[in-house]
Design a protein around this ligand. Sequence first.
Ligand SMILES: NC(=O)c1ccc[n+]([C@@H]2O[C@H](COP(=O)([O-])OP(=O)(O)OC[C@H]3O[C@@H](n4cnc5c(N)ncnc54)[C@H](O)[C@@H]3O)[C@@H](O)[C@H]2O)c1
Length: 333
Amino acid sequence: MGRAAVIGCGDISIVHFEAIGAISDVTLVAVCDLDPALAKAAGDRWGVPAYTDHRALLELEQVDVVHVCTPHDQHAQVAIDCLRAGVAVLTEKPLAATVVEAERVVAAAAEHPQVKIGVCFQNRYNATVEAIRDAIDRGAGTLIGGHATVMWHRTPAYYAARRWRGRMASSGGGVLINQAIHTLDLLQWLLGDVVSVGAQVSGGRIGPGIDVEDTATLILDHATGARSVFVATNANVVDSPVALEIDTERASFFVRDDLTIRHVDGRIEKVAERRVETAGRGYWGVSHQRLIADFYARLDEPEPFWISPGEATKSLRIIAAAYEASGFGRPGR
Ligand SMILES: NC(=O)c1ccc[n+]([C@@H]2O[C@H](COP(=O)([O-])OP(=O)(O)OC[C@H]3O[C@@H](n4cnc5c(N)ncnc54)[C@H](O)[C@@H]3O)[C@@H](O)[C@H]2O)c1
């Protein structure tokens, strides 16, 4: 079904290598990392040629799908080069470091409609989230609102280990774009497109040399009329489980590990989240493999992949609006 290559052989790449290996008719054929030592280590580990330039890989290897696992500011150009080469792209979140770059990818995808492109918002494949989406689609009544919290712990060492993570220029942001974007994406996917954003965004809690935000509170108005509140921080003392509540006319859906549905008639239902064994970290979620397998399963379908560049730009627009509303990043703020 496919010949795969992975570009960017850092932390998250292991999840992609693992997922590729789990699909019977997909074969890894090449890897690439700007760092020659990392590229060689991955090439040796998986027994495939290693490159330090993705354009050389695209030129010399016959590849059907490229997995983009680079830092945020390296997503857009790599994805665009793949689309132009006629190679399908599955890129890690966020689609790009900025809305402007994301729009370049959206335009390139529109120019190459025959080439598939998808974005890794794997939490949309969680059993709990699928159950909420399904209930809304089947008719859970008017959407009222909701809230979500992402209270995580990131140390100075986490930022020091990969300088790009703490720098606005390379990451495009902090907790919002790097960690909480998954949950922000879920809020907008479940409650509807966001039409206005109120926000307080701040940094400085984790250590010196980090110019991205570590904490944010957002109030979101959705086109459906729903309103939600979103709180995210990387300055918590532990990685708390993400909490997500979606309220409709007929029920309240609350996820914290598993899903509890409280119906207005008093019934209570539970939906258990899947438990999977993975080399990835627990807080990355349980559904990477499901998303990646689904991307390959849909490769030959004529329709665009459902988590498309346009869809993935929505959360980036919310984040940009939050910076705008709070003034974060402006001189003097
Ligand atoms: N979906 C998730 O839950 C999840 C979880 C963790 C990370 N991520 C995302 O995965 C991406 C990578 O994160 P990470 O923590 O693995 O970072 P990392 O720094 O550990 O790895 C990135 C690698 O890309 C390489 N690289 C940089 N520019 C490149 C280029 N132009 N061509 C080839 N290689 C290049 C770097 O040398 C590095 O080895 C980020 O977008 C991050 O947000 C997603």
